[in-house]
Ligand binder design. Sequence first.
Ligand SMILES: C[S@@+](CC[C@H](N)C(=O)[O-])C[C@H]1O[C@@H](n2cnc3c(N)ncnc32)[C@H](O)[C@@H]1O
Length: 284
Amino acid sequence: MANSHFGNLGDVWKHLVLAEVLEREPPRWYAETHAGSAAYPLDRDPQREFGIWRFLAAAPRSAELARSRYYAIAGSCASASPATYPGSPLLAMTILGNSSSYLLCDLDPGSVADLRSWSRQLGLRNCEVAGADGMAAVAAYLARGEGRGDGLVHVDPFEPDAAGPGGASALECAAEIADSGSALLFWYAGPDGVPARLRALTDAPLWCGEVTVVIRDASARNVRRSGTPGVVGVVLAHVQPATAGACAALGQALAEAYAGATLPSGQPASLTFTGRWLAASGRT
Ligand SMILES: C[S@@+](CC[C@H](N)C(=O)[O-])C[C@H]1O[C@@H](n2cnc3c(N)ncnc32)[C@H](O)[C@@H]1O
């Protein structure tokens, strides 16, 4: 398992949005460049206390969060024995089942084995798992003309500028996907202007939803040191306005659910949410 951050606040926001988009606009095919494992053994690590455990405790008090498919799936996994956390591929497999085909990529052999095992367990008929650079694999898939407009690609790198063995960075790959007309979910952490940088690379319609951890007398950098990212966001391309609106309502509800929260370091913390369409770049 290469992804030790599963179930943290960044995952909660990303997966809340992913499940909402898949429910509202089920794609004919679904691809992940950085899939991770299908599921993870769920413990009480401080990152996950501030992430999935707080979310599961607070969601029943919020009509918006309680109705989400993410809450239903993550809650059922957490209360199973042994408790697990569903990664993005398992959320997609559970929501879409055999009505979609899949291309799931990861460089980590353990993640690849877990993805194959879950795909078999769920009886998926059309699920390709590639132990390869996901950015190159998805670019080849699009170039072959297999993915045309009616699919969704989830690009979820640890770093937006990290290039895979195939050469392209995650941000460049995301722009190519958006330009192809496919729907995109791109995840990022940190206040580094990632949405504006993606905006400059593509003319596709982009919506951005960002959650910021706010603590008194501390910068986002300090929050990050405590094991929780200070800013976590998703950029969506080619989604309907109603879908973006529903994601914004979830972001607002998430911020409200974290009133009075405590960071893993013990400091009181709250969340703010902003959701916005990114104005066209005017590229020529
Ligand atoms: C943040 S985790 C993925 C989490 C998962 N998408 C989720 O939301 O549950 C990032 C994953 O990317 C994988 N990875 C890193 N570079 C890669 C590349 N160039 N191609 C495919 N996978 C890569 C790592 O092995 C790791 O499992």
